[in-house]
Design a protein around this ligand. Structure first.
Ligand code: ATP
Length: 877
């Protein structure tokens, strides 16, 4: 279809739609006919395949084969028991992976784009996936074009089409018909294509093609090859896992060799060695980390943080700087006009009398506020639009200047939309026999462009000192000051560039608006300080306003902390800037592009940066930052696409909550790794050292697999429910390059593993010497229960269990009790005895077993005690 070659009327009639858009019923019917506007994704693994994948591990396959062979030549019940355990293990792995996958899907769904669409003549928001041919869609700066569209309205609209054409310079769009049918995509100026994005201006398009029929859809197959990104932790764990696997295999071979030399049955020894390999190789570690991160990401939604890129969960805890936008993030973005400066006087917004007459400044000010305004009255009387705009709309309305009414006489005929680089906007209106342009925006930008100002006695040359003084007076109270100016035109100018339009202005008046700081933001800033995180405010507002707000929030927290403006920033060389960057807490009047410079300079200083952003121009900084955070409510599609995380409530406090949650998730992954490595080390050392010391192999294959199943399963999982440790937000950020094994995890795994093996081997030696027939049951139970004592002791890295309380992680307590009961079942349930080759223990034996099993718990508590004492001593000095 050559949509670009047809005029708008023909498009409307061919697509059976109108400038009011489709009716909701028609849209629903078309959705059924055309299907959802989504690209067909690569086929996902079905749950069954996902389950089968659990067996793809080589050692597990070897184990199954060996078990089956041994079943044929020996006892079949052994084989069945081994296979059952392996299957249960796979089920646990599958359930976890499935949960993680569902969590990721839910995250994806939440991050799915929406579109502003006109249906039944009313603008509304709909998921981009529900767009159908014939829908009228509003496009604004920052929007990703949701379908292929023929444009029917444009206002300075530029679109970046690099995704389709490779051309990264935005192209200006229009609505004119293209005479040639055969025009390359990049030259179709009246079309907007799915996957490209609007960099500036506004427009409206009628959807022509959706889903796979779009140009983007046609090449989508090529884009599907996207590799899944691995988090740094996953990468490191994969490498570590491989090395460990090799070491375990060597040990297993030694165990096998010694066993054979001792004359143990070869098949039994083979099964023992393979079971040991299966139990001790932490092959699932990278997968388990992914699962923890994915489930962590889902939990983060409760803190209003939507994770787009999984590594962000892991790295949140390393953040040392949060560079946050002011408006809406640190403040409420609820603007109210407080003061006006008009006719040479500051008046309170409530005590203002606009006055009469064509040239009356008060009246003109109100007309400018109503007309040069993009807010709209909604159906229920509410005001829709950007908070700055709605505040101005509201005050004009309160004094009887109704936008819709005024527009009947003063139609808007042209405009230069607001952009945060220019910090102003201009609209043109019919005015008697000519035209008027209203320009409103930042005082320091527009003052230079003004020729005169309105005073009661008439126009006079603009008094810069007076205006700056008024601005200062308003800004020290934290007010945002807007400068409202006008210019008369006999004809509409040909050259509509802002350079030509926004000059020789006449100042009508100033408007001072308050946007109160969020209460919880102040508390969050204070929390950041104790957590070793610095808060930096970046704003387009005036430095005086910015300073006032920063002081209220406690961001300017010490001597020598500076406020720097965008202009000053431009004048600093990179070296000079890097020298000062760590002392700057507020950046005022900065253009979004300058955020990138700030992020780079801080990174150069070795800092780990989270940065917020909402506009198109914020995207490079969001991408470059260690954690780019887009705003969920006010953020553009482009910023969301570039970000690692989306803040669903736009609230600064949620970033800090997410950091806290991120630290906790990381801590819990560390605990999990500590637990798993120590458990494995205990098992492998026991099975290695016993034969080396001349004792029989302490455990049978089924017992090894059982311990692995029950101790690696529930208790390890429950560690992820561990609540945050008390010092989580009073300790400094973790260095991003810090190894996951830091803080002595490796040493811990070895010494505790040795202790476990020592206890087990001692008991084995002693029981054999004392001719206790069920020594193997005792050894089996001790090895299992020591793991439970260990998991309780490592719930906190430093605090004693008695301090954090046994009940503060009920999941873990439940898991420990469950595992204990399961183990007791293998000992006391008669039908299980032949399967696990156990015999019931007497009460004395049981008490003896329990007492010995608790040694590990107390030993680890002692380790933590010494750690705490060491810090207390070093702090005292
Ligand atoms: P943040 O603090 O989150 O960076 P900001 O709102 O301070 O955002 P911008 O929205 O870029 O930054 O606004 C910068 C300046 O542009 C404001 O200080 C104000 O002077 C001016 N401005 C903001 N909104 C409008 C508007 N709707 N019309 C005209 N000028 C505006």
């Amino acid at each position: 279809m050559q949509w670009h070659h047809k005029d708008v009327d023909r498009i409307f009639s061919e697509l059976k739609t109108s400038p009011r858009g489709l009716s909701s019923d028609e849209a629903a019917a078309r959705l059924k006919q055309f299907g959802p506007n989504i690209l067909i994704e690569k086929k996902k693994k079905s749950p069954f395949i996902m389950f089968l994948y659990q067996f793809r591990d080589f050692m597990i396959l070897v184990l199954i084969v060996a078990a089956v062979i041994s079943g044929f030549i020996g006892e079949l019940s052994d084989t069945i028991a081994i296979v059952v355990i392996v299957v249960i293990n796979a089920v646990i792995g599958f359930v976890q992976e499935y949960r993680a996958e569902k969590a990721m899907e839910a995250l994806k769904k939440m991050a799915a784009p929406t579109a502003t669409v006109l249906r039944d003549g009313q603008p509304g928001t709909a998921p981009a996936s529900e767009l159908v041919p014939g829908d009228l869609v509003v496009l604004e700066a920052g929007r990703i074009v949701p379908a292929d569209m023929r444009l029917v309205e444009t206002a300075h609209m530029k679109v970046e089409e690099a995704a389709l054409t490779g051309e990264s310079v935005p192209v200006e769009k229009h609505t004119e018909v293209l005479p040639d049918e055969d025009v390359p995509l990049g030259d179709r100026g009246n079309m907007a294509y799915k996957g490209t994005f609007v960099t500036s201006g506004r427009g409206m398009g009628v959807v022509a093609e959706t889903a796979m029929k779009t140009e983007f859809g046609k090449i989508a197959a090529m884009l599907q090859e996207e590799e899944e990104v691995k988090t740094p932790l996953q990468k490191r764990m994969t490498i570590f896992g491989r090395k460990l696997a090799l070491a375990v295999l060597v040990i297993c071979a030694v165990v096998l060799g010694i066993g054979l030399l001792r004359g143990e049955p070869p098949m039994l020894m083979l099964l023992t060695a393979i079971s040991l390999a299966v139990a001790a190789i932490p092959e699932a570690l990278p997968a388990v980390i992914t699962i923890s991160l994915a489930i962590g990401a889902k939990k983060l939604i409760r803190q209003n943080a939507l994770i787009r890129k999984l590594p962000a969960v892991e790295t949140l805890g390393s953040v040392t700087y949060i560079c946050s936008d002011k408006t809406g993030t640190l403040t409420l973005n609820r603007m109210t006009v407080e003061e006006l400066y008009i006719n040479g006087r500051i008046v309170h917004a409530g005590d203002f009398a606009p006055g009469e007459g064509e040239e009356n400044a008060g009246r003109l000010l109100m007309m400018a506020l109503a007309l040069s305004n993009d807010a709209q009255a909604g159906n229920g009387g509410e005001i829709l639009g950007d908070p700055t705009e709605t505040a101005l709309f509201d005050i004009a309305g309160r004094y009887g200047f109704n936008k819709a009414e005024l527009e009947k006489r003063h139609r808007r005929v042209a405009e230069i939309p607001f952009d945060s680089d220019r910090k102003c906007m201009t609209t043109f209106h019919e005015w008697n026999s000519g035209f008027v342009s209203f320009t409103k925006g930042a005082m320091d930008i527009l003052l230079e462009k003004s020729a005169d100002m309105m005073l009661p006695e008439g126009r006079s040359a603009v008094d810069c000192c007076e205006i700056q003084r008024v601005n200062e007076t308003m800004a020290v109270d934290g007010l945002r000051v807007l400068y409202i100016a006008m210019r008369r035109w006999d004809h509409l100018p040909e050259d509509m560039s802002h350079g030509n339009i926004e000059k020789e202005l006449t100042l009508i008046g100033l408007v001072g608006m308050i946007d109160p700081p969020r209460k919880e933001a102040g508390e969050a800033v204070a929390m950041c300080r104790t957590a070793g995180i610095r808060t930096v405010m970046i704003t387009g507002d005036h430095p005086v306003t910015a300073r006032a707000i920063a002081e209220k929030l406690g961001i300017l927290d010490g001597d020598g902390m500076a406020v720097v403006t965008g202009r000053e920033l431009d004048q600093l060389s990179i070296e000079e800037f890097e020298e000062r960057v760590e002392d700057i807490r507020v950046y005022a009047r900065v253009a979004p592009e300058q955020k990138l410079k700030i992020v780079k300079a801080l990174q150069e200083k070795g800092q780990y940066i989270a940065v917020t952003g909402d506009g198109v121009n914020d995207a490079p900084a969001l991408k470059r930052a260690d954690i780019g955070i887009a705003m969920g409510i006010t953020g553009t599609d482009v910023s969301k696409e570039a970000a690692h995380m989306i803040l669903l409530d736009d609230n600064f406090a949620s970033i800090v909550k997410a950091v806290k949650e991120g630290r906790m998730i990381y801590d819990n992954i560390r605990k999990f790794i500590r637990y798993l490595l120590t458990t494995n080390s205990g098992e492998i050392l026991t099975l290695f050292l016993a034969p080396v010391l001349g004792l029989p192999i302490p455990l049978l294959p089924i017992q090894i697999l059982w311990i692995n199943l029950i101790t690696d399963g529930l208790p390890a999982l429950a560690l992820s429910a561990e609540p945050a440790e008390g010092d989580i937000m009073t300790r400094p950020p973790r260095h991003p390059q810090e190894s996951i094994f830091s803080g002595g995890i490796g040493a811990h795994a070895i010494w505790v593993g040795l202790l476990m093996a020592g206890i087990v081997i001692f008991v084995q030696f002693w029981s054999i010497r004392s001719e206790i027939s069920n020594w193997q049951t005792i050894v089996f139970t001790i090895l299992c229960l020591t793991q439970l004592g260990h998991v309780l002791a490592i719930r906190s890295e430093r605090q004693s269990l008695f301090r954090i309380g046994l009940f503060s992680n009920r999941y873990l307590l439940g898991a420990v009790l469950f595992t204990f009961l399961f183990q007791m079942a293998t000992v006391y349930v008669p039908i299980l005895n032949p399967i696990f080759k156990t015999e019931p223990l007497t009460l004395v034996e049981l008490l003896f077993t329990l007492a010995l099993s608790s040694i590990v718990f107390f030993a680890v508590e002692l380790e933590k005690f010494f750690k705490r004492r060491k810090t207390a001593v070093s702090q005292a000095y």
